[in-house]
Ligand binder design. Structure first.
Ligand SMILES: NC(=O)c1ccc[n+]([C@@H]2O[C@H](COP(=O)([O-])OP(=O)(O)OC[C@H]3O[C@@H](n4cnc5c(N)ncnc54)[C@H](OP(=O)(O)O)[C@@H]3O)[C@@H](O)[C@H]2O)c1
Length: 333
């Protein structure tokens, strides 16, 4: 059993509990909020948290012997301090994406995890999704891989407010913005599969606010040995483009990179005229038997049961490489 203390009572904490509740090993024993009222309201509306203790201090919750692990569902700029507080108190930490606002903070968190021997994992849903695993296991069949392209473009209602000069957390200059908020979903699976890029070029669109420059959309071109990648992210428009990995012997396709519901493979076929038959698509896996957030709690609980302090699927090495790439792209602004 893993007894969790939840930090932050916003919508993401409500969402993840739907998945956490599908793993019988997960219990919620504490909720920490900036106000006791918000923590109590969260417990009230989430039956899974019934009976949880209320905290308004992360330090106090981290000292609770009835808490084994901490879930961080608060804004990016709080992740580092909250994670280190938990790790130093001997708690495992499941931290929302991105792991931190930059690689320097991410490295401090990774160091604290190594020193404590506790598990620290980024709650990146994409790479724990079984449909992602389905394509990852078939890469050899399309090898050599030549191209990866991925999109996460979702018009944000908060962009409307941004245009009026109101800066929501998700657009906060220096700590959030479209790349950290949604672009990370296109980068994390890429780096998990293929490692660090050898070159990065990006085109990022921004909005000037009273608090600084906020990035709202972008495209990056990343070079790897023998292959290249393009990733596109946006909070200013929607896109329904799938994510595709193209190899010399075929293609692997996910319908969406954030929460893939379908994985397909298209073997390379003999070229035909434009009107000839198209190569057949094979469905590798379809649907999600569990809530999309179940998989991060399952991975986390599996690792604790196995006595492991790091996930191979959502490794700290990948989290840090992603943050380094994000830093490099945003440094250009
Ligand atoms: N995995 C996903 O699908 C997904 C989706 C959305 C967001 N996220 C991630 O989840 C995190 C939170 O994002 P969000 O959009 O939900 O943020 P948010 O609504 O601004 O904040 C979430 C909660 O954090 C607490 N909080 C707010 N400001 C705080 C501050 N300055 N210091 C400490 N606590 C604060 C609040 O809870 P209390 O009032 O209880 O303190 C708030 O309800 C981000 O890292 C984001 O990238 C993940």
């Amino acid at each position: 059993m893993v007894r969790f203390g939840i930090i932050g009572t916003g919508r993401i904490s409500d969402w993840v509990l739907k998945g956490a509740g599908q793993d019988p090993r997960i219990k919620i024993t504490a909720v920490c909020s900036r106000t006791a009222e918000a923590a109590e309201a969260f417990i009230q509306r989430n039956p899974m948290a019934a009976g949880a203790k209320v905290y308004t201090s992360v330090e106090d919750m981290a000292a609770d012997p009835e808490v084994d692990a901490i879930y961080i569902g608060t804004p990016n700029e709080t992740h580092c301090a909250y994670a280190i507080t938990g790790l130093k108190a001997g708690k495992h930490v499941l931290c929302e994406k991105p792991l931190a606002i930059n690689a320097a903070e991410g490295r401090m968190m990774a160091d604290a995890a190594r020193e404590s021997g506790c598990l620290l994992m980024e709650a990146m849903v994409s790479t724990l999704n079984p449909n992602f695993a389905a394509i990852a296991s078939r890469l050899d069949e399309i090898a050599p891989v030549r191209q990866y392209s991925s999109f996460f473009c979702q018009y944000s209602s908060k962009y409307e407010a941004l245009k009026r000069g109101e800066v929501a957390t998700a657009f906060m200059p220096g700590t959030a913005g479209a790349l950290r908020d949604v672009g990370v979903y296109t980068l994390y699976p890429l780096i998990a599969l293929f490692g660090r890029p050898s070159s990065i070029r990006s085109e990022i669109r921004t909005v000037q606010t009273d608090l600084g420059v906020s990035d709202v959309q972008g495209t990056a071109y990343l070079g790897f040995k023998g292959m290249d990648a393009t990733v596109t992210w946006s909070k200013t428009y929607d896109s329904f483009q799938p994510t595709e990995i193209a190899g010399e012997k075929g293609n692997l396709i996910l319908d969406e990179i954030h929460i893939a519901r379908k994985a397909e493979m298209v073997p390379h076929a003999t070229p035909t005229s434009g009107l000839g038959p198209k190569p057949g698509r094979t469905t590798l896996s379809e649907g999600l038997p569990f809530n999309e957030y179940y998989y991060e709690f399952k991975e986390f609980a599996d690792l604790i049961e196995q006595g492991k302090s790091e996930s191979q699927r959502n490794s700290l090495q990948t989290s840090l490489a992603v943050l380094e790439v994000i830093d490099e792209m945003l440094n250009e602004l």
